[in-house]
Design a protein around this ligand. Structure first.
Ligand code: B12
Ligand code: SF4
Length: 524
């Protein structure tokens, strides 16, 4: 039987499904004769998921089902799909008023219902799809992958049908081997009920592939919902310019999923890909790299890319990305502004150099400020989101005061209305240094279930330990009460009222001793 591949992007907010698009593009380039179809449940109303999937399978009769699952974790500083999970959790744990606590408990129940509901629904869709496809191809196989599977590959396998291939990280090489009927088990994957995930499999180096411009004239022939994303003017369409991040930030799993080896897609290929989208009317792009400029040595590559964007005449676009703002030069800032960067996120986590060092983040906060001044001088006048995760490690009133001083300096540079503090509390993820630290501190025991969201597990996974945990709990509750629509700024204001602000210089200098980086018993 000929290979017929159906890519199913499982339900998710409508974010451009770049992962499955790249997979289908890669397969098409290797196997032009293979029939493919792309089906994005992100564009289907929830009540129609099952029937729409059935219809698609009945029409296409796939022999291989590729399920892509983007996200599972829901903790964010903004309202999520089940309301604001962070707010409900904090109400439940930290509210003194019993009514607010009760409201938190009810909210948490709703969050749990939504979370488990989505999990079971997605697992149900995979099983349903398999059953339906078997009517036409008894030997049909299923492969599951995507961001959520990469993070929770060990846990998800327990609930998937026997024979399902569970994949970690990028899937191009695995699909290629599957289609060539080659042994694929040396890729980062396992088969449910037949093999088990190798110990520390996620840490294995991904098989490098050479990325060329995605061929959108092919993609539009296999994907009828493409227009959905083209028509809405506010979508940021994903374009990947590189894979990998060389850093070691203690809470981050990107550097493991994508690997530490940075692999750059040739600038002309990236621009050729953007040009195809541009010609179809797209003007907003999100460079989906874990970091657009992972280290100083990649500055020239990004400059080359942006120069080529300009040379290609795409002068009316906007773009956004995660930016490590310690890796900028005045010339690069100039290009960033000229090419239309209108939003970026910096994940400094703390405004205290001491803590940034302890979290192994490799940022020099003084350099970040200098580079931000260059960016402003180059004419950047849009929004920057600064991600702060309080209380990760060794937070003290003094380090909070330093973070406030740092934040106020960023506001002085860009304008207070342009700097959005995004207040996160780290959701502990498996395979990170922070997890190892939690084991070493007896906060978690090996074998815990990171997907479990019972209140006692969430209390540990949503990282906000005492002695400061209750203070942050109270401050956040006050901020939601006083100004729910500007939560981040309100948190900063309350913290400043309560604790004051340090001298900027103290934020920028980390004492060499005793500020040792996070001490762990195991290295990766
Ligand atoms: C860029 C990014 C964003 C951008 C997206 C911008 C845009 N317009 O595209 C923004 C900032 C908006 C964002 C938001 C969020 N994100 Co995000 N994001 C990422 C990031 C850094 C890259 C994703 C990406 O597009 N990569 C490029 C494409 C090409 O890769 P890909 O989609 O992963 O697909 C490849 C592989 O996964 C694999 N693959 C995919 N499907 C399949 C299927 C099979 C069968 C196989 C074999 C392989 C395979 O092959 C593909 C090609 O190589 C990842 C982390 C990371 N480094 O992967 C997090 C990540 C996807 N995000 C995540 C989350 C949680 C979110 C949020 C839900 C956070 C929140 N709580 O608010 C939000 C909201 C998203 C929503 N649905 O509403 C999680 C998801 C996993 C989880 N923990 O649940 C990730 C993995 C980060 C993490 N470690 O936690 N995100
Ligand atoms: S720089 Fe960003 S992507 Fe890289 S390890 Fe740190 S947090 Fe993760």
């Amino acid at each position: 039987m000929d290979n017929r591949i159906l890519y199913v992007r499982l339900p998710c907010n409508p974010i451009f499904p770049i992962g499955v698009i790249y997979l289908a593009d890669h397969v098409h380039k290797q196997f032009p004769a293979v029939e493919q179809r792309l089906f994005d449940l992100g564009t289907v109303p929830p009540l129609d998921y099952a029937s729409a999937l059935d219809t698609c399978i009945d029409e296409f009769k796939p022999s291989l089902l590729v399920f892509s699952w983007r996200d599972i974790q829901i903790y964010a500083p903004v309202g999520g799909r089940g309301g604001n999970p962070l707010q409900h959790t904090f109400e439940f744990y930290y509210a003194r008023n019993l009514l607010v606590k009760l409201r938190g408990a009810i909210g948490l129940l709703r969050v749990a219902q939504g979370y488990y509901g989505e999990l079971w629904r997605n697992l149900g869709l995979i099983k349903r799809g398999m059953k339906r496809a078997r009517r036409y191809n008894p030997a049909v196989r299923a492969v599951v992958g995507g961001g959520a599977v990469s993070v929770f590959y060990e846990q998800l396998g327990r609930s998937l049908p026997k024979g399902t291939i569970v994949s970690v990280g990028e899937g191009e090489a695995l699909l290629e081997k599957l289609l060539r009927s080659k042994d694929f088990l040396d890729e980062r994957c396992y088969v449910v009920g037949e093999t088990t995930a190798r110990d520390r499999m996620i840490h294995e180096v991904p098989t490098p592939i050479e990325k060329t411009a995605c061929d959108y004239s092919y993609i539009e022939t296999i994907w009828s919902e493409f227009d959905y994303y083209l028509q809405a003017q506010d979508f940021y369409v994903g374009v990947q310019t590189k894979r990998g991040c060389p850093h070691n930030c203690c809470y981050c799993i990107y550097t493991v999923i994508e690997g530490k080896q940075v692999r750059i897609n040739p600038a002309e290929e990236v621009v050729a890909e953007m040009r195809q989208l541009y010609d179809r009317g797209m003007r907003n792009f999100w460079f989906t790299d874990a970091q657009l400029i992972p280290a100083r040595k990649y500055i020239d590559d990004v400059a080359e890319l942006l120069q080529k964007v300009l040379d290609a005449g795409m002068s009316d676009i906007h773009w956004a990305a995660y930016i490590r703002a310690d890796n900028l030069t005045p010339a690069l800032c100039d290009l960033m502004v000229k090419t239309g960067m209108n939003y970026f996120e910096i994940g400094i986590t703390s405004g205290s150099q001491e803590l940034v060092r302890k979290m192994r983040m490799g940022y020099n906060l003084r350099t970040v400020l200098e580079n931000c001044r260059d960016l402003k001088a180059a004419g950047f006048n849009d929004v920057v989101s600064v991600n702060y995760s309080f209380n990760v490690i060794d937070e003290r009133p003094e380090t909070i005061r330093q973070t406030i001083a740092y934040h106020r300096e960023l506001e002085r540079i860009f304008g207070a209305d342009k700097v959005e503090p995004a207040i996160f509390f780290i959701g502990l993820q498996p395979h990170t240094h922070l997890e190892t630290y939690a084991f070493a501190q007896n906060i978690l025991k090996p074998g815990y279930d990171p997907m479990n969201i019972t209140p006692w597990t969430v209390r540990k996974l949503l990282w906000n330990p005492e002695p400061l945990g209750s203070l942050f709990g109270e401050v956040c509750l006050q901020a939601w009460q006083q100004n729910p629509n500007d939560f981040g700024r309100e948190v900063m204001a309350i913290l400043e009222q309560r604790l004051g602000r340090a001298e900027l210089e103290t934020a920028l200098t980390a004492p060499i001793s005793p500020a040792k980086p996070l001490a762990l018993s195991r290295s990766s």
